[in-house]
Each structure stands twice: as C-alpha cells, then as structure tokens.
Design a binder for this molecule. Structure first.
Ligand SMILES: *Cc1c(COP(=O)(O)O)cnc(C)c1O
Length: 249
C-alpha cells in the first residue's frame, strides 16, 4: 500500500466542499420545517465506490462519520485512511453475511444492518474476541416486508430469525454489542413521507424496553428531507456528496 498524504486541496476537494455545503443546507432546512435542531442529525457520508482520498477530503472538511456497504472495500479503505492519519468513524450499512463479521468488528464504529438473531450471535462472538469497547448496533427494519432487501420483520411467524422483538432481545443480551436504535431504507416504490411512517411501530416497541436506544438511521440523497421529518437522527448520504455512482449499489 502506498503511503497517502493528507487531503490535497484541489478541484475534487472544492467539488466535495460545495456538495457538502448544499447537503448541510438541505438538512438545516428539513430540520427547520420539522421544528428540530440540526444538531440532532448526524451526517454519514457514504463513500462506497469512491477512493480513500475522498474520505480524506471529507475528513478535512469536518465530516467525522463515513459509511460503507461492502466489507472488503471498507476494510481496505479504513486501513488507508488510518495510515494517512485521519480519524473517522466507520459505519457498516450494507447487508452483512456471517462470515464477514470477523472483519467488520475490527474497523466498524457502528453496524446499521443487523437484522437476524443468527447474525447477532456471530457479531457478538467476533466483537467479544477483538474489541475492548462494545460495538454500536442498529437493527435494520423492513418497512415493506420484502425479504430480499433485508430488515427485521414485525412478526416472526414465518421468519423467526428475523422477528424484530427476538433480534432486539438478542442484541440487548449480547455484552459485546450496544443496542443504539434502528435503521431503515425506504421501500423502492415509495420514496416519500409515508415510506418512513412505518418506523413508528418499531421505535415504539424498541423504546418500551430500551428508552436509550434513540438512534434512527434513515434517509439517503433522494429522501433525506422526508426522513428528517420522520425523526431521523442519522442520514446516510452518498451521491449528493460525491456524485452519481456508475452502478446502483
Ligand atoms: C448507497 C447507500 C446509501 C447512500 O445512497 P445515496 O442515494 O447515494 O445517497 C445509503 N444507505 C445505504 C444502505 C446504501 O447502500
């Protein structure tokens, strides 16, 4: 691995700076409209498909949280960024397979995509092995019941492993994990306010037993305004900051 320097000012940094200013303004406007304070909303820059140098630009512009959805890419990028001396928190936001847990627990600050009891057990076991601090965990919830897109479900009749209450219990009982809240992706056909309305049921069930689990990770480039209106505390923004990705990822 070549040794990287700190972010170099130049056209790419200026482009990202302008995009960042626009995104921050959108968040501020959405907060004003919802009667919320912008300090309640953490911006996570989603850097998948973009190089470590972009993470360094973001860090030098004051972005402390970055998100990735594939383990191999994330692990390499986290190592490069650390070697360059930048300090950011890595959020793992993609669907997670059990065989990747061993790697993810080494660099992730928060895993947003925990949606199965079996995954909780493996993540806890791997985190307990290498971490001194607990790993922050969000339970990804399904707002449309589409099994292919991931997410825990309101009822476990056909999918006990993905029953929301069972996943909550498993995370709460796992010492190496810290239950922080929920994560959702808007259903494909409804990128509007109703899309996130379904979150209320999950947050209600969660907070009845875990009042401190207050994180709501929701909202991407196209729906951050709706997500903020529905109470998002963490928004995950990729293309609005870094540009359209060549493929839908
Ligand atoms: C890629 C991705 C994002 C960011 O999407 P944009 O539309 O580029 O802002 C957010 N959340 C998840 C889970 C993603 O995979």
């Amino acid at each position: 691995m070549t040794k990287m320097r700190k972010a170099v000012p130049g056209p790419r940094q200026s482009e990202i700076a302008a995009n960042l200013a626009a995104v921050r303004e959108r968040i501020a406007a959405a907060c004003r409209a919802a009667g919320r304070s912008p300090e309640e909303v953490t911006l996570i820059a989603v850097t998948k498909t973009y190089p470590a140098s972009d993470v360094l630009h973001l860090a030098s512009l004051g972005v402390a949280d970055v998100g990735e959805n594939r383990d191999t890419e994330a692990a390499d990028k986290a190592a490069e960024v650390a070697q360059a001396g930048a300090d950011v928190r890595w959020h793992f936001i993609g669907q997670l397979q059990r065989n990747k847990c061993r790697s993810v627990v080494r660099y992730a600050h928060m895993v947003h995509s925990v949606d199965r009891v079996s995954l909780v057990r493996e993540l806890a076991s791997q985190a307990g092995r290498v971490r001194t601090d607990p790993l922050d965990v969000l339970i990804q919830v399904s707002l449309d019941g589409d099994l292919h897109r991931g997410g825990a479900l309101p009822t476990g009749a056909d999918a006990a492993d993905r029953d929301f209450r069972s996943v909550v219990r498993a995370v709460a009982e796992a010492g190496p994990l810290r239950l922080r809240g929920v994560m959702a992706v808007a259903p494909l056909d409804r990128p509007d306010r109703q899309a996130f309305a379904g979150l209320d049921w999950f947050t209600g069930v969660l907070r009845a037993d875990h009042p401190d689990a207050t994180v709501i990770s929701a909202g991407m480039s196209d729906d951050l305004d709706e997500a903020v209106a529905c109470g998002a505390t963490h928004v995950r923004i990729g293309s609005a900051l870094l540009g359209k990705r060549p493929r839908l990822l």
